[in-house]
Design a protein. Structure first.
Length: 516
């Protein structure tokens, strides 16, 4: 039994909560030895902010502050989603005030606490009489730090996060080739060498947080259409992998087959990118002559627009083009029009639809869907049912237009639902999936029972019968794919960062609103 398993059992699965408590205790005792009031005030504020951020990360991602949290820590993303979290922000502000007060008055509180511990602990024995309160504090802080440095502890996670941030390289072809060589991907085909001929039309539907638990018997009343497609079409279980557990990370992986590690630059790296040596399915679509359209509520969120342009997807439709209204219903309605236009013009096409209305914490209610879906227990369940209706209606449209024979549809979640996972109690192991009308023989890849998000790009091209010479990271990996990713985050970050050709190579972070 390893350390994390031991503590998970010992504390009833609350190891992360224990870490938060120990972090608070550590800051409390450190602050208590600070004699200068001004220094203690500054320390108290900074410590309270750190605790608040860690609680925020646990609430949203079920992990301590990590790369996913960092990616979204910019004003554009925060302001873009702030309307969903007013109550949570209020609660965090209350926590902030309480923690500042706790740390500031820690000197008096700690003296009483440690005296109490010395009175009732083993320190009260004769041979320990000379141990001071200061020694007791050091012992407590040292013990806290030791536990927090265990696997999955807050310090351990912070160190892993630091190594990821330090792994990015300057944009140069030498660094790109070197990283590929170290990953034993020497014969990787870069983007300018992609060759492809068209196959079937493609429709990719990425469902926000719509993990496989929603397709279980527990939620049968919410997802009749997707459950029906699961039975009629090809269904594969997909495992989430490191580096693809957020929307833009999932998109990057879907396009390139690589997890989305970019070091300190984050997604802001795409703001200055003009070319990528990394080959993507977008490069294949361009070479094969497809007209590619991407529909999303807000393309500026998390660097999505810049990423799509880099990977040769230029027809992007979001709320800016739809008059400020781009809910999931609007996206599916516009997708129908785009398809009809492509069919009329005899264009081979690829349509991406990225939904958002089932977003954490409680979905984004669209009152219009009350005309199609009966009331549910919560807004989230209602919007799950609404998106299921929209998918069913869209597939019916494709069938009615006689498009399914020459069009391959791929439906999958972008990532697991954020926040409290208890909603899926009784639904089995959490995970993702791929539903497609492509026959199993066309879509199959090796090791079908061990599929991860990094396999999606390859499966998309195979199922659409597109002849191409693209190679993906998954082609080079052993069976334990996610373990390989975890062990090679530095090299994968180097591939992603150095594979992008930029107008300038100094590092940036996106902390301001768009200026275009």
């Amino acid at each position: 039994m390893d350390t994390i398993e031991y503590f998970t059992l010992l504390f009833g699965g609350q190891f992360m909560i224990l870490n938060v408590f120990l972090l608070i205790l550590t800051f409390f005792f450190i602050s208590s030895v600070l004699k200068n009031n001004y220094i203690r005030i500054v320390f108290s504020v900074l410590a309270a902010i750190i605790i608040d951020l860690q609680i925020t990360s646990l609430y949203y991602t079920q992990t301590f502050i990590n790369y996913q949290f960092y990616i979204h820590s910019n004003t554009r993303d925060i302001l873009g989603m702030i309307n969903l979290y007013y109550s949570e922000i209020g609660l965090l502000f209350i926590f902030l005030i309480l923690f500042i007060s706790l740390f500031y008055f820690s000197n008096k509180l700690a003296q009483a606490t440690t005296a109490y511990l010395c009175r009732f602990s083993f320190f009260n024995k004769n041979k320990y009489k000379n141990i001071t309160l200061k020694s007791t504090k050091i012992l407590i802080v040292g013990s806290c730090i030791m536990v927090m440095n265990f696997d999955k502890g807050v310090i351990n996670e912070a160190l892993d996060f630091y190594y990821i941030l330090q792994s990015s390289t300057n944009s140069n072809r030498k660094g790109f080739d070197s990283a590929l060589d170290q990953l034993k991907m020497e014969d990787y085909i870069s983007s300018e060498n992609i060759e492809a001929t068209k196959g079937k039309n493609i429709i990719i539907i990425s469902l926000e947080s719509f993990e496989k638990g929603y397709l279980s018997e527990k939620f049968a009343d919410l997802t009749p259409n997707l459950r029906s497609l699961k039975e009629k079409w090809t269904y594969n279980t997909i495992k989430p992998n490191e580096g693809s557990s957020w929307t833009s990370g999932s998109l990057y992986t879907c396009l390139t087959g690589f997890p989305a590690f970019f070091g300190v630059d984050g997604n802001a790296i795409f703001q200055t990118a003009h070319h990528s040596e990394i080959s993507s399915i977008g490069n294949v679509f361009e070479k094969a002559g497809y007209k590619t359209t991407f529909l999303i509520e807000n393309a500026r969120f998390s660097g999505t627009q810049e990423m799509l342009h880099t990977f040769k997807i230029d027809n992007i439709i979001d709320k800016e083009l739809l008059g400020g209204k781009a809910r999931d219903k609007d996206l599916f309605d516009r997708a129908k029009l785009e398809i009809q236009s492509n069919v009329s013009n005899k264009n081979p096409f690829v349509i991406f639809i990225s939904t958002v209305d089932t977003h954490f914490p409680d979905g984004i209610l669209d009152e219009r869907m009350k005309a199609f879906v009966s009331p549910k227990k919560s807004d989230l369940e209602f919007m799950v049912s609404a998106v299921d209706y929209l998918v069913g209606d869209f597939v019916h449209f494709l069938d009615k237009q006689n498009l399914l024979s020459n069009t391959v549809v791929y439906i999958f979640p972008d990532h697991l639902k954020m926040g409290d996972p208890s909603l899926f109690d009784g639904t089995g192991e959490r995970g993702l999936y791929l539903i497609s009308n492509a026959p199993e023989k066309d879509i199959s890849v090796k090791d079908r029972d061990n599929l991860y998000q990094i396999d999606l790009a390859k499966m998309i091209l195979k199922g659409a019968l597109i002849q191409n010479n693209e190679k993906f990271m998954t082609d080079y990996l052993p069976k334990k794919k996610d373990l390989f990713i975890q062990k090679n985050v530095n090299l994968l970050t180097s591939v992603n960062s150095s594979g992008l050709m930029r107008f300038y190579s100094n590092k940036i972070r996106d902390t301001k609103d768009d200026e275009d």
